[in-house]
Design a protein. Structure first.
Lengths: 201, 201
DNA sequence: GTCTATAGTGCGATAGAC
DNA sequence: GTCTATCGCACTATAGAC
């Protein structure tokens, strides 16, 4: 269906809205079926009736298309830090941040997360990008902790630890046989980390 | 000096040895002076009297040239795990691993590490690669811990925490005004992580 | 060693929305 | 008129295939 027809029918803008989202969905489908490297940017663009050049207007590169919407997750972490009590310890702040972030990972989302992870796990280039996103999250989180008075290196350690807990939780959550909810797993993982530092053998 | 001359003079193999090392050195110089993106693979190859094609025979991509020799560091971590006492706790195992790894970072190495980090910090693509290497290190370490009887998720958490401590230590160590030795900083950072989990406020 | 597909960029043109 | 999404074309460099 041409853009012109759509415009006439609906009276909406010249361009169909949600271009980014449609590109993201098409990319996921193609990456799943043909693999990341077997899919060209032109393939994705064509799948939604656009040109390669337009794809690169929306996404800096072929990987980025899988990582849209992370800003909301980052914001949840930051809100969680802000929500911690006025005399909270760093550990309590990251506990609060992790709880806030966990609300994203509902039962309905689990399948989508699994499919996405299949694509990422199959390709080192995508893993690199995912690691960069995690590092950016840790940096934001550390900054939020510092602005709440946590000293520099402690803030970094706490933030990185939180991201580690989150990561372990996520990969447990998407495991094939896992039944527990995201928050339940996360509480358990955090407890395990604390126990580790306690030095129990 | 041409390859032929060297061959005649020394009677060694047809090609100058240490090709990888010379490419790595040339890449560092060029990345520092012109920037990573302002340097082509052909530039690097040419600087050592080789062709672009030869560069890609030695390194899978333009980034990889900065990450040679990491295997030795990984091995040091693994040896450190093995060196921990027979009844060591996971925390003691990573303590031992961190100590073993620290021996790499002598005073003489500090300047080289600093220059290298300038290049990496200036480019997200290089940061991605560095993060992938760190993730690989964490995975190897986790595997070593598991083979010493540490249960799955605890091993992952311990390994990731060790890599976090190592990373914080490294960036502190290369800071402009830092005087302490690598092992001294690292002991401090590890203590800080333990204190964090103790929940002190 | 050569050849080629693809990623990604720069720039100008178009065309509707406002 | 301005703004913005899109297209089209030319171009370089990477990286892999042959």
């Amino acid at each position: 269906m041409s853009v012109t027809v759509i415009t006439r029918l609906t009276g909406m803008a010249r361009w169909e809205p949600g271009t980014r989202e449609r590109l993201q969905a098409a990319a996921m489908d193609l990456y799943l079926s043909r693999g990341f490297e077997g899919t060209t940017a032109a393939d994705i663009a064509q799948a939604v009736g656009l040109t390669e050049r337009t794809f690169f207007r929306h996404f800096a590169d072929k990987r980025e298309v899988l990582f849209g919407g992370q800003e909301l997750l980052v914001q949840a972490f930051l809100d969680g830090v802000a929500a911690a009590g006025p005399h909270a310890s760093p550990l309590e702040m990251i506990e609060s941040a992790l709880s806030a972030a966990a609300t994203f990972f509902t039962a309905e989302r689990r399948d989508h997360s699994r499919r996405r992870q299949v694509v990422i796990s199959a390709n080192p280039a995508l893993q690199e990008r995912e690691l960069l996103k995690s590092a950016a999250l840790a940096a934001s989180l550390a900054s939020a902790l510092r602005s709440r008075g946590v000293p520099g290196s402690t803030a970094t350690l706490a933030a990185e630890s939180a991201v580690t807990v989150f990561g372990v939780t996520f990969s447990t959550w998407i495991a094939a046989d896992e039944q527990r909810s995201f928050p339940a797993i996360q509480r358990e993982v955090l407890r395990e980390l604390v126990a580790l530092a306690d030095g129990a053998r």
